[in-house]
Design a protein around this ligand. Sequence first.
Ligand SMILES: Cc1ncc(COP(=O)(O)O)c(C=O)c1O
Length: 384
Amino acid sequence: MEKMIKQYLFTPGPTPIPSEVVAAMSQPIIHHRTAPFSRAFEEVRRGLRKLFGTKNDVLILASSGTGAMEAGVSNLLSPGEKALVVNGGKFGERWLRICRAYGIEAVEIKVEWGKAVKVEAVAKALKDHADTRALLIQASETSTSVLHPVREIAKLTQNGPLLVVDGITAVGVLPMPQDQWGIDVLITGSQKALMLPPGLGFIALNDRARQRVESSKSPRFYFDLRLERKSQNNGETAFTPAISLILGLRAALDLIEKEGLEQVYKRHDRLARATRAAVAALGLKLLAPEDPSPALTGLYVPGKIDGGKLLDYMLHDMGIAFAGGQDHLVGKILRIAHLGYLGSFDVLMGIGALEMALKKFGYKVALGQGVGAAQEVLMEALNG
Ligand SMILES: Cc1ncc(COP(=O)(O)O)c(C=O)c1O
């Protein structure tokens, strides 16, 4: 006999999937060069433009988010050119590694883990490296639960180097209107706020960036955005699309449309504040107290508790999946995601489980202490 342990995902990707999306993806496969697929494709293109706040084409790639990041680098930069990279965590590092793989001179703006980049540091780097062709950044650095000040940084890059934003845990979480803020290239992935399984990458380029795509000397084949744009403007993808995911995407975008983007952003903000209030009430320390991302909350594991063991216990004995830390933060932090298909009562469950696990591991906690603090914040949803 086995104990029934229901599984819950509180990881910053993949995230839970609504039943409407599961149902849409479970349809028998259709062919992609048909009218029903073209209709779905047109609908998702329209929905994505709204989500990205842009009149540009949001290109859909059959890849994880990293594929869209790589497409950004290879289509915008040529070997030997210089790029500035904001590196405040694992995903900042990923920009560096992609650039170096393509022979691009990547200069890092190093940021302490848990902190956001200072706008002045970016301004100085732009001045010191006037020959830089692009500035690469994460909006939300998922490895440290930090939100970088993209809106302010976008003011510095107008008419300068291209601003390329990895919005993988930001698009659909908080407002990030590409055109209004002047973001040249905005990227996301399917398994985050879009409430889909992994497998789709998205990249939207403005006019300035599109011109650069024409002249890049980097090798490109699968991720040749010239070809993709041409095909996608004709209602199809250059290669076989991830058909089921695109049908799921249509259902996910419908759900977002029904809730309304404003409400989606408010919900994420509320869940993030409730989680942070719970962390404070439990006497725990946030990883990014000054610049927290609304997508997830990072917190230090208290005392001598081994974070890895705590995570394993929560996963195997409670069915609760949180994320841990990377590199020097392995075993030291927990990351609780609250992006995508999550609501108030998911947060209460996650916090409740955390309290119980901490108590089990010897941390002094009055059960309900964090839950109560989160509930106070979540009452807003009932009163508003
Ligand atoms: C900010 C950020 N960038 C890039 C990635 C990489 O995306 P993928 O794992 O879909 O390739 C992630 C994934 O968690 C992320 O959170």
